[in-house]
Write a protein that binds this ligand. Structure first.
Ligand code: PXP
Length: 252
């Protein structure tokens, strides 16, 4: 089984900085520390309302990641403004996500079935510019098929519903996990690279990491919270170790 990559999302370092309108803590410093601690790449979501990551953060992240030869995964809404920014930076990857200003976080996956006419041309233009495009979707077979039709190279499966069910000790957790497994298998069968993310913590990471088709997890909020108590490098190393354990158990 291939090694599972870890992308660390540093958005919430910027959330803390912006809470005081200060210049610290610096998400770029967090990105450098995350890479040293074992992250394979950095993920950042430039939201339309700029509530956490700023344009200047993306400029700086693009520079340091290019210098280090590490991937930047830019999460972005499907808008003309974001497309222009992505085309200016040409990050390694762009993950297209739904965005509503009133939401607390990305609450559901992109509806690629309904949004095909808006999404497919953006996928085409970013891909032509050398950006690896992923679509953030719910673990739903119709959405997986639509992502393939839209021309994406990658799908990122939304793990939020599964992780929330586990945290609330809901009986739905197992069904949610099965949906992730089924969607991952179908996406891989269609030739899509499969990633997953949202809401993952130390408890939920192992069942997710054990899904054999997954190539990358993107994890942020929990790691930044845990960093308050044990530091960012230790939090990342623990998450990395749990991912490796899950893969080793799966292979045994
Ligand atoms: N993947 C995508 C597409 C996301 O939108 C987010 C949240 O920004 C994440 C992964 C990371 O989620 P979390 O911060 O809950 O770990």
């Amino acid at each position: 089984m291939k090694r599972l990559r870890l992308g660390v999302n540093i958005d919430h370092v910027a959330t803390i900085r912006n809470a005081r309108g200060e210049s610290y803590p610096d998400p770029v410093r967090a990105a450098e520390m995350a890479l040293m601690a074992g992250a394979d790449g950095i993920t950042a979501h430039l939201r339309e309302d700029r509530r956490h990551i700023s344009d200047a953060d993306i400029d700086a992240l693009a520079v340091i990641l290019r210098r280090r030869g590490r991937p930047l995964n830019l999460e972005m809404a499907v808008t003309a403004e974001m497309e222009t920014i992505a085309l200016a930076h040409r990050p390694h990857a762009a993950c297209l996500v739904p965005e509503r200003r009133e939401e607390v976080t990305t609450e559901g996956g992109l509806d690629v079935v309904k949004g095909h006419n808006a999404i497919a041309p953006v996928v085409g233009r970013l891909s032509a510019a050398g950006v690896r495009v992923s679509l953030f979707i719910d673990p739903d077979l119709t959405q997986v098929a639509a992502a393939k039709t839209a021309g994406a190279a990658v799908v990122e499966l939304h793990t939020g519903a599964y992780c929330e069910a586990v945290r609330h000790r809901s009986p739905e957790a197992q069904t949610r996990l099965e949906a992730l497994k089924t969607a991952a298998a179908e996406a891989a069968r269609l030739g899509l690279e499969v990633h997953a993310g949202h809401g993952i913590d130390y408890e939920t990471v192992k069942p997710v990491a054990a899904i054999p088709e997954l190539m990358e997890l993107n994890i942020g909020h929990f790691l930044i919270g845990e960093a308050i108590f044990i530091g960012l490098p230790a939090a990342i190393q623990r998450m990395r170790a749990l991912m490796d354990e899950a893969r080793a158990e799966q292979a045994a």
